[in-house]
Design a protein around this ligand. Structure first.
Ligand SMILES: C[S@@+](CC[C@H](N)C(=O)[O-])C[C@H]1O[C@@H](n2cnc3c(N)ncnc32)[C@H](O)[C@@H]1O
Length: 214
């Protein structure tokens, strides 16, 4: 049985829920079996005002996510073009998350990705260093101020260490004036997944803006 303290997927939800409100836009970078998409939809769209975009390169994952959402009373649609995002709701995109900027109707509050392979699926189809790097760069750029990029990162399977190194070396270049970043990992297991959270800092107010508020 999973231990709650070391379950990074649970912590990823905690750090998302802390800032998400009804009406927000949230992104699931890797739909998989739909657990994260369902969680995000419940955070932002329980009153039908928010929006979730979920990506996955595998049709099997999109099917699985759709089924989970429907079983939990969440209406979702498959889309292939950004123009199909016409209203609040949950939208499933069978494409790589590198295409994220093309689909965003506005800056998202949370961009969440549980990397790696589809549980119960083909373990050779996993997120990859090069595409994850492109996705990370785009996500950081697109987040709204105060928003968070939340990644559960793996190191155990083939290529995972390379992907983890690529992402962390890029995040290490960010300036602390613009970003708060934390990592969280199980202390006693160096192969277990770990969590990365990058929060875009709110821009500092100008002196004029501060004076106007007084
Ligand atoms: C660990 S699973 C995600 C679990 C999922 N978030 C959930 O709640 O069930 C990782 C998923 O990433 C998907 N994936 C791999 N490369 C991808 C890419 N470039 N863009 C989008 N999804 C990708 C895989 O197909 C797999 O379904």
């Amino acid at each position: 049985m999973k231990n709650l303290l070391t379950d990074m997927a649970q912590w990823s939800h905690h750090f998302a829920q802390e800032i998400l409100q009804a009406g927000d836009l949230a992104v699931d970078l890797t739909a998989g079996r739909g657990h994260d998409s369902q969680f995000l939809a419940e955070c932002v769209d329980s009153n039908h005002t928010g929006c979730v975009l979920a990506f996955d390169i595998q049709t099997q994952a999109i099917d699985s996510t759709l089924e989970r959402l429907e079983n939990n009373g969440i209406t979702a649609s498959r889309i292939s073009r950004p123009q199909q995002i016409a209203a609040p709701g949950t939208f499933l995109i069978n494409a790589s998350h590198e295409r994220l900027p093309l689909f965003l109707p506005r800056p998202p509050k949370v961009i969440l990705g549980n990397l790696g392979y589809l549980p119960g699926g083909d373990h050779s189809i996993t997120t990859q260093a090069d595409s994850s790097r492109i996705m990370t760069k785009a996500a950081l750029e697109e987040l709204q101020p105060g928003g968070r990029l939340i990644l559960v990162v793996y190191t155990g399977h083939d290529g995972a260490r390379k992907e983890s190194d690529a992402i962390t070396s890029d995040l290490a270049q960010l300036h602390p004036r613009y970003w708060h970043i934390i990592t969280m990992r199980p202390f006693l297991s160096d192969k277990a997944p770990y969590l990365l959270v990058a929060e875009k800092r709110q821009p500092r107010q100008s002196l004029r803006e501060r004076l106007l508020q007084q």
